[in-house]
Design a protein around this ligand. Structure first.
Ligand code: 13P
Ligand code: SF4
Length: 329
């Protein structure tokens, strides 16, 4: 009779405080700066040198003085960091940390659709959300984040049509706020797509004085019930500027509660739950499965092993011009 194989669980038993100390020492030894998006676990945000939204982190990365950067986030963020800092070693804790939005827009499909529009004689600029692969970034005219989208759309000449990829919900919201008509790619974020409208209505009834904050990646039915629509940094700024203790109902990735509580602990933050498409049941699906692949152990291992690392590809050079023009100028 063969005995069952017992998995080695030592990795999960490591003390977070020991891991944090080890990360601190390795960071100095390897000459690495750690950047962490607001959607990774709070304990990773706490050991990072810089935290923020996509726009702030992209800009922070260009000011780093160490020879290496470890980006705790998802793959497209690591790619953008490498594109804008080609001379630096860019490490990411898990190469499998993708993004449903980036995956919804493969570069070959985008190139074919752009050609189709050109063949029809359409005169357009392609505007891509930063949540796209580097290959897609090399095919577009502008890159936007939730923090600069309005400003960039205003820079697209008025006589051009706009093809907006890949987030249909952000695109629809931007059409509303900028008054520009857009051709929308049918992509969406798997986390922001599933917030439960019924639960949000119930939560509002139970908390009549609350303020609803939602990311513009949410569908229109959620945004219609929202008081503050904005990316993660805008949410943080809003709670910072609100002095009176307030209850906020938060429709974005669950880890965002951590920087909100740190910035303005006088408030109460209630995450809006998601809903499972298959059963209709409420779930804790407001955690992004890709962002959750970042763990303290993987950050430590990545520093120890000097990898995984984002490798430079030829098309990064074209993407660099677009990113620099859109995020730095
Ligand atoms: P921001 O932090 O820029 O709002 O981005 C949200 C997001 O979905 C990142 O994946
Ligand atoms: Fe992509 Fe959504 Fe996860 Fe952000 S939260 S990385 S948009 S899947």
């Amino acid at each position: 009779m063969s005995l069952p194989v017992i998995q080695d669980s030592s990795a999960t038993q490591e003390d977070p405080l020991d891991l944090m100390d080890e990360i601190d020492a390795l960071k100095q030894e390897r000459d690495v700066t750690i950047l962490a998006h607001f959607y990774v676990d709070g304990e990773i945000q706490d050991i990072a040198d810089f935290t923020g939204d996509s726009l702030k982190l992209a800009r922070d990365a260009t000011r780093v003085t160490t020879s290496g950067i470890l980006f705790a986030g998802v793959h497209f963020m690591g790619e953008s960091t490498k594109i804008m800092n080609p001379e630096k070693r860019v490490l990411i804790p898990d190469l499998q940390a993708g993004c449903s939005l980036a995956e919804s827009c493969p570069p070959d499909q985008l190139a074919a659709f752009q050609q189709q529009l050109r063949d029809q004689g359409r005169d357009f600029h392609t505007v891509a959300y930063i949540n796209t692969s580097a290959a897609v970034k090399s095919l577009v005219d502008w890159i936007v984040t939730s923090g600069n989208a309005r400003e960039i759309i205003d820079r697209v000449p008025a006589d051009k049509e706009i093809l907006f990829v890949p987030d249909q919900h952000l695109g629809r919201y931007l059409m509303e706020v900028t008054g520009r008509k857009m051709i929308l790619w049918p992509g969406s974020c798997m986390v922001h797509e599933v917030f439960s409208i019924q639960d949000l209505i119930r939560m509002k009834k139970r908390n009549p004085d609350s303020i609803v904050m939602a990311h513009p990646e949410c569908p229109q039915n959620i945004l219609e019930l929202t008081d503050v629509i904005g990316g993660t940094e805008k949410m943080r700024q809003y709670v910072l500027q609100t002095e009176q203790p307030t209850t906020f109902l938060v429709a974005t990735e669950g880890s965002m509660i951590h920087p909100l509580e740190k910035a303005a602990p006088q408030h109460t933050y209630i995450p809006v739950p998601g809903i499972m498409a298959s059963s209709g049941e409420t779930c804790a699906c407001n955690r992004c499965p890709h962002m959750s692949l970042n763990t303290l152990q993987k950050v430590r291992d990545c520093l120890r092993n000097n990898g995984p690392e984002i490798e430079w590809k030829d098309y990064f050079a074209t993407a660099r011009e677009v990113l620099d023009r859109s995020l730095l100028q």
